[in-house]
Design a protein around this ligand. Structure first.
Ligand SMILES: [Zn+2]
Length: 155
């Protein structure tokens, strides 16, 4: 199946994430295998073109332009979840640190946080936010472990 580029949709005022979900993942590809957690407010999944192994996104289900638009209680639950997720990622991937960034921009967005591991062989600092994207390699054992640890906190 030929993929549609997100830019084409964005330029037409269409949300690529929602379009992808309602059109059999024609934009980003099926990410069912990468899904780590989901509830009615947000979802958490491994990035299909990660900047580091274990690069994870937590994304709101509703549209919010950026953090300025999200309600306080959603902000609280997403950030508390992010903290637990960072502890889990650090443990499972044996990362030295987990970086967090959010840079939602443009009119049509799902508010999302990016969690990017920094490993002991990598230098500290902001360059970790723009590490070259890598090919996603599935690690079923690690995914299983993350889900188990999450399951202890979020039923
Ligand atoms: Zn959307």
């Amino acid at each position: 199946m030929k993929k549609i580029s997100p830019e084409i949709l964005i330029n037409q005022g269409i949300c690529p994430t929602c379009y992808d979900k309602s059109h059999d993942h024609i934009v980003f590809g099926d990410n069912k295998d990468k899904m780590l957690y989901e509830n009615e407010l947000f979802e958490c999944f491994l990035v299909s073109n990660p900047r580091a192994i274990g690069h994870t996104i937590i994304s709101s289900k509703k549209h919010y332009k950026d953090m300025l638009e999200i309600p306080g209680d959603l902000c609280e639950s997403i950030f508390l979840f992010a903290k637990e997720m960072m502890i889990i990622l650090k443990k499972v991937y044996k990362a030295e640190s987990i970086y967090l960034c959010t840079m939602c921009d443009g009119p049509m967005n799902h508010f999302h946080l990016q969690l990017i591991p920094r490993y002991s062989f990598e230098k500290r600092g902001s360059k970790n936010f723009v590490k070259e994207r890598k090919e996603y390699v599935e690690d079923k054992e690690k995914i299983k472990k993350i889900k188990e640890l999450l399951n202890n906190i979020y039923k």
